[in-house]
Write a protein that binds this ligand. Structure first.
Ligand SMILES: [Zn+2]
Length: 221
């Protein structure tokens, strides 16, 4: 089942102390209503009942979509412990968590990354292919002289697949998602992806994988 505890949060605006539910773990098979609450971000949004002030509360939670064999560990701080833990599980060292090898384990360190992983999952996309697309996307945008801090797979309000861009000045923008590029990347990286069992799939994971394979190409030629 999902596990939670309560913490008292003093309002930074009016000082009113209120209780906030912190979800240490979420299991969507047992608590289906939690699925939407994680996706909207509601789980991490605190609202002062006295003055209406809102604040994002960042806390670690283990998201388990048991019915689809997906576990995502969101940890806003150092992810190394979560990564180690999942790697132990994958080697079969923690049978209390799961014994099924056919699981998608992921560790994320921001609410945006969590949202992105869930979005990819809901769309039936491979998040690793999305990460491998990002350097291409950035390269194309760089040529247009846009400074970008972060890039996430996202869906526009009309349901269209896009890349959301967090610009250096804090604003957000959008770039088109090209299905053709996704298919091409998925196909050309299929062998490497089949061998890779990383749980931390992010931008630097994609760079490292590309770097390793660039070296391989050079030594072959
Ligand atoms: Zn308040």
């Amino acid at each position: 089942m999902s596990q939670h505890h309560t913490e008292t949060i003093p309002c930074p605006e009016c000082g009113e102390k209120t209780e906030f539910t912190v979800w240490d773990s979420v299991n969507t098979a047992l608590d289906p209503e939690m699925k939407a609450r994680v996706r909207t971000g509601e789980l991490f949004l605190w609202t002062c009942p006295a003055c209406g002030a809102k604040r994002w509360i960042e806390y670690a939670t283990l998201y388990h979509q048991m019915e689809d064999h997906v576990m995502i560990w969101y940890t806003p701080n150092d992810p190394s412990e979560a990564i180690r833990h999942f790697e132990t599980v994958k080697r079969g060292g923690d049978t209390a968590l799961t014994t099924d090898a056919d699981y998608r384990f992921r560790v994320v360190t921001s609410r945006f990354q969590l949202r992105e992983k869930l979005m990819a999952l809901d769309e039936g996309l491979d998040d690793r292919v999305l990460e491998l697309m990002k350097p291409f996307e950035l390269l194309a945008l760089q040529m247009e002289n846009v400074r970008i801090d972060e890039i996430f797979f996202d869906k526009a309000p009309d349901g269209e697949r896009v890349f959301a861009l967090r610009l250096a000045d804090g604003r957000w923008a959008r770039a088109p998602f090209e299905q053709g590029l996704y298919d091409h990347v998925a196909e050309s990286w299929a062998d490497e992806l089949a061998k890779d069992d990383s749980v931390r799939i992010d931008f630097s994971w994609a760079w490292t994988l590309m770097d390793e394979n660039r070296d391989g190409d050079e030594s072959d030629g």
